[in-house]
Design a protein around this ligand. Structure first.
Ligand code: ADP
Ligand code: MG
Length: 675
């Protein structure tokens, strides 16, 4: 049986309207034949070629390739058969425009697991054979149409597949370029390749030894079995006889330019020739494993693809890097901010304790004088500063005789008022003053009200008829905000207050609770329960709450950043596969399985994710450092963040790759390569 054998092949597309592209076509093609397929446009030639090339399955009928029925192969088996048997040459060339010419020529061998050096050697010899050695390292974009088509021929030549299918190979070329392409075809014939060429060109068809005409899905003319009685259409002698005798000698493996031994020009065509051609099916499948990619070669290919589109690759890397930098920054700042919050809790809030007792204005609120009470408080372990304020209600305050009195909340202060209440006081003459019986400080709001803009000249005011010198303005009072509108008079330490009294204490770090426990006993040993203690409440749970809310907002930011990065990588990946459908179709046609395409897209994506992840770590760490320095925080670097970013990059890459892989799996090579 000849190598290619079609029986009653039919192919129809769609239902209602149903297009019958092939209608019961029979065709036998022995090895080594140069067959031209002619016919009107729409007659079914490309469909026939797609079926011969296992890019498409027939709707019915049998297709035997080397005696094996291949009409109903699985996708992967078809890829393996293509890798073993079929080379393609297309009207629109279908080269990888961004990869060097030599990479293009090597591609079918890439999908046969041929080792790098052998691949390169065969590719360079094939380029030499079609006269393009000097262009091996340029990209096909710079070549003329004829040169590009010869690259495609070199690709078929180097792959050493026994069958090459060409669909209108000179359809886009002028006659000069066509002639060069035809001369390159000779190289394929030289090594015994079966060449099936669909063509509208008389120039191309005239070279063929057999011409058939396909009209309405059937073979209506076959010039080697002429129906019209003109046997001379194919005038060239067969070429493959030299390979039939000794396959090893005739093997093109080591010399793609082995000279053909043509049969004598006058030898009659017919059974004898057909017989020797049948023998010539000894032209074997090429070396290597069908549809097999070496791991490292696959990685190199993916890397070459990524860098062949530097703009896109950099854009993607930047997207991933920026998003992961945001992730690293938010996570890192969350840690730094938590540390900061905790230490602020410790240094500030947790050191403030106060004790208040309400007085009735008649009997003593505390049993001893403020001076004695303060001294006792000062002796407590852990007390850093203490002051007592006695609320004496409203007093009439006036500034100079012309003005009326302003009714003002007034307190009598004893002890370290500024320190214990954490006041921010603008003192007269910029020096801290101790409050004495005839001096006062006023809250900033009251100062405004009284028209006291500055106290450097130590103005005096009249408080219920008593003259008092103002020595400071309270600009801030975090512990007792109401002081901003009040007057704090220095007080006689011997006084035993009768009105409401509050003792303010600032403790040493960690001493607050102990001090809070002892204060009532010190201030009123007989009625400690009368005192209302204000101490840092439930410190740990407050801190935990704040930390949790910081962590929560940071987590939300992180998730948003990850989603944004993933979405952009998915979109980029799907778009990229769409733009590369022709390339993917080509790779599939010359032997790649779906899994090879998936692997390639995944490897490309992971390269981007990995580099983006590393970039994200660097950017994120830099941002954390800059922000914490600017805020005078202690930066917290967690090495886990680095792993998170790189892992995140790979995760994003895998999701992106998955989207691309799904899109790529829908690509049918026969559709993607339609010219
Ligand atoms: P030729 O290559 O001889 O010009 P084709 O094999 O491309 O012809 O097409 C044969 C017929 O099948 C045409 O009518 C064409 O429109 C139709 N056809 C080819 N491919 C498809 C397809 N994928 N879906 C639907 N119709 C198709
Ligand atoms: Mg066509």
């Amino acid at each position: 049986m000849p190598r290619l054998s079609l029986r009653r092949i039919a192919k129809h597309y769609g239902e209602a309207p149903r297009v019958d592209a092939l209608r019961g076509l029979d065709l036998d093609v022995p090895q080594g034949t140069y067959l031209a397929i002619e016919g009107e446009s729409g007659g079914g030639k490309s469909t026939l070629l797609n079926i011969l090339g296992l890019l498409d399955a027939p709707s019915s009928g049998e297709y035997h390739l080397d005696e094996v029925d291949v009409s109903l192969l699985s996708d992967g088996d078809a890829a393996a058969r293509r890798s073993d048997y079929i080379g393609f040459i297309f009207q629109s060339f279908h080269l990888l425009d961004r990869r060097p010419v030599v990479d293009n020529v090597e591609l079918p061998m890439h999908y046969r697991g041929v080792p790098t050096e052998e691949r390169r050697g065969r590719a360079l010899r094939a380029l030499d054979a079609v006269g393009l050695s000097e262009f091996a390292w340029t990209t096909p974009r710079t070549l003329s149409g004829g040169q590009r088509q010869r690259v495609a021929i070199a690709r078929a030549l180097a792959s050493e597949t026994p069958i090459v299918l060409a669909d209108e190979p000179t359809g886009n070329l002028d006659s000069e370029n066509s002639a060069a392409v035809l001369r390159s075809f000779e190289r394929l014939r030289d090594v015994g390749t079966t060449l099936v060429v669909v063509t509208h060109s008389e120039q191309v068809a005239a070279h063929a030894e057999r011409r058939i005409r396909v009209v309405d899905g059937r073979v209506v003319e076959d010039a080697s079995h002429p129906a019209d009685g003109s046997p001379q259409t194919g005038s060239r002698p067969p070429f493959s006889l030299a390979l039939s005798g000794d396959p090893s000698e005739g093997s093109p493996r080591n010399d793609t330019r082995s000279a053909p031994q043509m049969a004598p020009a006058g030898e009659p065509r017919g059974e004898g020739v057909a017989g020797s051609r049948t023998v010539s099916t000894a032209r074997d499948v090429p070396p290597g494993r069908a549809s097999h990619v070496r791991f490292l070669a696959g990685l190199r290919d993916a890397w070459a693809n990524a860098v062949s589109r530097p703009g896109r690759a950099l854009g993607l890397v930047a997207t991933v890097a920026l998003s992961l930098a945001l992730v690293v920054t938010t996570l890192g700042l969350a840690a730094s901010a938590q540390t900061q919050v905790s230490s602020e809790f410790d240094v500030v809030t947790s050191r403030d304790v106060s004790a208040r007792v309400d007085g009735d204005g008649v009997s003593p609120a505390i049993p001893r004088s403020t001076g004695v009470t303060l001294a006792a408080l000062g002796e407590l372990n852990g007390v850093a500063a203490a002051a007592i304020l006695a609320d004496v209600g409203s007093r009439g305050v006036r500034v100079g005789p012309p003005r009326g009195a302003v009714s003002t909340g007034t307190l009598l202060g004893t002890g370290e008022v500024e320190e214990a209440l954490r006041l921010d006081v603008a003192w007269a003459g910029d020096t801290t003053r101790e409050l004495t019986a005839d001096t006062a400080i006023v809250g900033a709001y009251l100062a405004d009200n009284l028209g006291l803009t500055a106290v450097d000249l130590e103005p005096t005011i009249d408080v219920d008829g008593r003259t008092v010198t103002v020595v400071g303005i309270i600009d801030d009072s975090p512990r007792a905000p109401d002081l901003m509108g009040k007057l704090v008079l220095g007080s006689d330490a011997d006084r035993i207050p009768t009105s409401t009294v509050t003792a303010y204490v600032v403790t040493d770090t960690g001493a607050a609770h102990q001090v809070a426990g002892e204060m009532p006993h010190v201030m009123d040993p007989h009625h400690p329960d009368a005192l209302q203690i204000d101490q840092p409440v439930e410190l740990n749970s407050v801190r935990a709450g704040v930390e949790e809310s910081i962590a929560m907002s940071m987590t939300i930011l992180t998730i948003v950043a990850l989603i944004a990065a993933t979405a952009s990588v998915v979109i980029a990946s799907v778009t990229s596969v769409g733009e590369r459908s022709e390339e993917i179709g080509l790779r599939r046609a010359i032997g790649a399985r779906r899994s090879h395409i998936s692997g390639m897209l995944t490897a490309e994506s992971i390269a981007v994710g990995l580099i983006g992840g590393l970039g994200g770590v660097a950017l994120g760490m830099g941002a954390i450092l800059a922000l914490t320095i600017a805020r005078r925080w202690t930066p917290v670097f967690d090495p886990v963040l680095g792993l998170v970013a790189v892992g995140g990059g790979i995760f994003i890459a895998c999701i992106g790759a998955l989207a691309g892989v799904i899109r790529a799996s829908r690509i049918q090579p026969s559709d993607a390569l339609r010219s």
